[in-house]
Design a protein around this ligand. Structure first.
Ligand SMILES: [Fe+2]
Ligand SMILES: [Fe+2]
Length: 295
């Protein structure tokens, strides 16, 4: 077993089957329905960022001279390519339930294409590092609250998000190291890009979440609407608060307090389950029980 959650970055070519997800299943967590809407909403723009990360790293990696970092970059490219493939498939399924998803996707695709075309290396590398701050922190927060957020949930969607969050933590230092390899002393710009990425993620999630709450009937009852938006605000607040250590001068993701206590029980169990031949593409209650008792 690894000592630090960022010690290993295996590329796992998983494919999830969303064909069986029925209209009632889009709000896929019974433990916390608002979480499933929130993460569905957040996930709409994610594959377009992931493709942007892959393009940015492919474009600039040849200038790196550290073999370990080059290998890590190859691995993050592998992991993110598989994420993007599966999230696009899930978006395609969500389009049937949420009419505005296709438009949100189109806008995100255009946004990241434009950013790449601007050919401003520092801006692309900096945004990638800023954004990856929150995928790693979100990964730790969600895995830490596994039972509360998705203890009872659709087996395929739970499997998708556990996989994604585990891998985001595994490669959580690579985009930071990539930025530092080029701009070691440009700490002010790195911090600025952390804030920029947070605002980008929040705005993209806000738009999709508002739409999804409406489709799911949250606005028909003031208390449900309140519950929906309370979840959004409290999760965003927790994510922002978790990012405070990121602004320290000597910060490095591996040193962040969130990943230096005890390791996430779910992440440890999931890695062992996957390494021992368990199928991580569908996790029903029996699979989860089996996974956690053998951990
Ligand atoms: Fe990802
Ligand atoms: Fe990532």
């Amino acid at each position: 077993m690894t000592d630090h959650p960022m010690d290993n970055i295996p590329v796992r070519g998983l494919r999830f089957d969303f064909n069986a997800v029925k209209p009632d299943d889009f709000v896929w967590s019974q433990s916390c329905p608002e979480f499933s809407i929130f993460i569905n909403a957040l996930g709409v723009h994610v594959p377009y960022f992931e493709k942007f990360l892959v393009q940015t790293m492919r474009t600039y990696r040849d200038a790196l001279d550290e073999p370990q970092l080059l290998d890590d970059v190859r691995r993050i490219i592998g992991q993110e390519s598989h994420h993007a493939f599966n999230f696009k498939q899930w978006n395609q399924a969500m389009r049937q339930r949420y009419p505005k998803v296709a438009g949100f996707e189109q806008a995100s695709r255009r946004h990241f294409d434009d950013l790449l075309k601007s050919k401003d290396k520092r801006s692309c590398v900096g945004f990638t590092a800023g954004y990856e701050t929150f995928t790693f922190l979100g990964g730790m927060i969600i895995l830490g609250r596994y039972e509360q957020l998705m203890g009872r949930a659709n087996p395929t969607l739970r499997a998708l998000w556990v996989w994604h969050q585990v891998e985001e933590v595994e490669h959580g230092a690579v985009a930071f190291d990539f930025y530092k390899a080029f701009y070691r002393n440009q700490e002010g710009y790195r911090r600025f890009k952390v804030v920029h990425a947070f605002l980008h993620i929040s705005w993209q999630t806000f738009k999709a979440y508002a739409h999804m709450l409406q489709i799911e009937g949250y606005y028909r009852h003031p208390l449900r609407a309140l519950r929906g938006w309370r979840f959004f605000l409290s999760f965003s607040f927790d994510l922002a608060r978790a990012a405070l250590p990121v602004f320290a001068r000597d910060y490095h993701p591996r040193l962040h307090p969130i990943c230096n206590g005890s390791q996430s029980e779910i992440a440890v169990a999931w890695r062992a389950y996957t390494e021992n031949g368990g199928n991580p593409q569908r996790l029903d209650q029996n699979n989860m029980d089996q996974m956690l008792t053998h951990a």
